[in-house]
Design a protein around this ligand. Structure first.
Ligand SMILES: Cc1cc2nc3c(=O)[nH]c(=O)nc-3n(C[C@H](O)[C@H](O)[C@H](O)COP(=O)(O)OP(=O)(O)OC[C@H]3O[C@@H](n4cnc5c(N)ncnc54)[C@H](O)[C@@H]3O)c2cc1C
Length: 383
């Protein structure tokens, strides 16, 4: 029999995946007095690729690309304002500075058709409980006088905002270390097999025995679950990001587009983060997320078209990361057919939903009522 893993041979709960969800979940479980180890094939600390947008309104890109997921997105919609509140609560709880600003978010339109799309979307979102309104150009200019001439109006969602993920990730890492979570980094977990009432999780340095296992490995959860005969259709979606050099404050809001792939926002440090879903690709044997020049050019060109004052700024860094697409909803909670196995995958705009998703799963694992109807998010819905 292989020697047990040298860092932790046996543990009450093994969380696989040290992104924002796995890290926060490990922290919440440790605060409940549970012995937790957290393993990641890279560095633990929480979703380093993401852009720090706190999304609440439905993102037009997801509606356009995955129309079949719109019912799922609508079902998940009420969680987003709660997800933002969970970030605010976490910042307070950790006594940390996340550069979290509730500036509101604007989804801009450049044609009357796009404005009409926003009107229909806003009406539906109001039915579902969001506070949103559609502004014409004159009203928009009063609160956001930085848009290019082609913008005719925008949908405003006051509950949206932004934070700096580098600050958040560092604070979350400090928190979980202080709570005694055992970190195992640079090691892939899996396959997983059942042993008695618990599990054995293979790693390159030896097996880890765990009473319970949480799949918080985003798209990596699919293969781990499949090894236990469970279907979780979580697919990788490699995406591109850019960040400019710092400049004076010019963009207050989180900015998106009704019909084109753009998000942009300005950090407190003055840099402007530009993304919005332009593709990257998975390269080499390790399937490393890798940038594409065409995405860099198209993304930056669109950004300066929407906000012309961006044009003179230099892009100082560009990177790619892996988003995870499921069916528009999170996959959160116990996996019925495999007692002791849990899933914690947040769904679209998963950084926004990270701490909330983690808290909901932690409540279920502790046997407490999570305060939400979790049935729509059950991992068992895929059959
Ligand atoms: C470029 C980009 C920008 C984004 N911007 C935003 C944004 O502004 N706002 C927002 O709300 N969302 C954003 N997202 C989405 C957000 O980043 C994700 O939804 C979020 O990171 C999900 O968190 P997670 O913890 O579930 O997964 P992840 O952060 O993906 O973490 C999962 C971890 O599991 C690890 N892993 C996988 N398989 C294994 C294995 N077998 N063994 C060990 N470890 C494993 C992975 O390496 C990874 O570290 C963005 C995504 C991308 C790609």
């Amino acid at each position: 029999m292989a020697s047990p893993h040298p860092v932790v041979g046996e543990i009450e709960v093994l969380v696989i995946g040290g992104g924002v969800v796995g890290s926060c979940l490990a922290g919440f479980l440790a605060e409940d007095g549970v012995g937790v180890a957290l393993i990641d094939d890279g560095r633990i600390g929480g979703s380093n690729a993401n852009a720090g947008s706190l999304h609440v309104q439905m993102q037009s890109r997801f509606m356009r690309l995955y129309p079949q997921n719109v019912p799922g997105m609508e079902r998940q919609l009420p969680l987003y304002p709660k997800g933002v509140a969970a970030w605010q609560a976490l910042e307070k709880k950790l006594d940390a500075h996340f550069d979290l600003k509730m500036t509101g978010g604007l989804m801009v339109a450049e044609s009357l058709d796009q404005l009409e799309f926003l009107r229909v979307k806003a009406a539906r979102e109001r039915e579902l409980g969001l506070e949103v309104e559609v502004l014409g150009r004159a009203e928009l200019d009063r609160i956001a006088p930085y848009f290019g001439e082609s913008v005719v109006g925008a949908e405003l969602c006051a509950d949206e905002g932004k934070l700096n993920p580098l600050l958040c990730n560092a604070a979350i890492r400090r928190w979980i270390l202080a709570r005694g979570v055992v970190l195992i980094e640079g090691e892939a977990a899996g396959p997983i097999r059942r042993e008695g009432a618990g599990f054995v999780v293979e790693t390159k340095r030896g097996p880890i025995r765990a009473g319970r296992v949480v799949l918080a490995a985003a798209s990596g959860s699919k293969a781990l679950a499949a090894g236990l005969g469970v279907a979780i259709p979580a697919e990788p979606e490699p995406l591109h990001m850019n960040i400019t050099e710092p400049t004076s404050a010019m963009i207050g809001h989180l900015v998106q587009h009704a019909d084109r792939m753009i998000t942009l926002k300005q950090f407190g440090t003055g840099q402007i983060v530009i993304g919005g879903g332009w593709p990257a690709h998975l390269a080499g044997e390790r399937r490393h997320p890798t940038v594409e020049l065409a995405s860099l050019i198209a993304n930056a060109t669109l950004a300066q078209h929407i906000v012309p004052r961006i044009a003179p700024l230099r892009i100082i860094r560009t990177w790619a990361g892996i988003n995870t697409a499921v069916d528009g909803k999170g996959v959160l909670g116990p996996v019925g057919p495999v007692p002791g196995l849990f899933a914690a995958i947040p769904g679209d705009a998963g950084y926004t939903l990270g701490p909330l998703s983690a808290r909901l799963v932690a409540e279920m694992m502790a046997g407490r009522a999570p305060g939400e109807d979790m049935a729509p998010f059950s991992p068992d819905r895929f059959g």
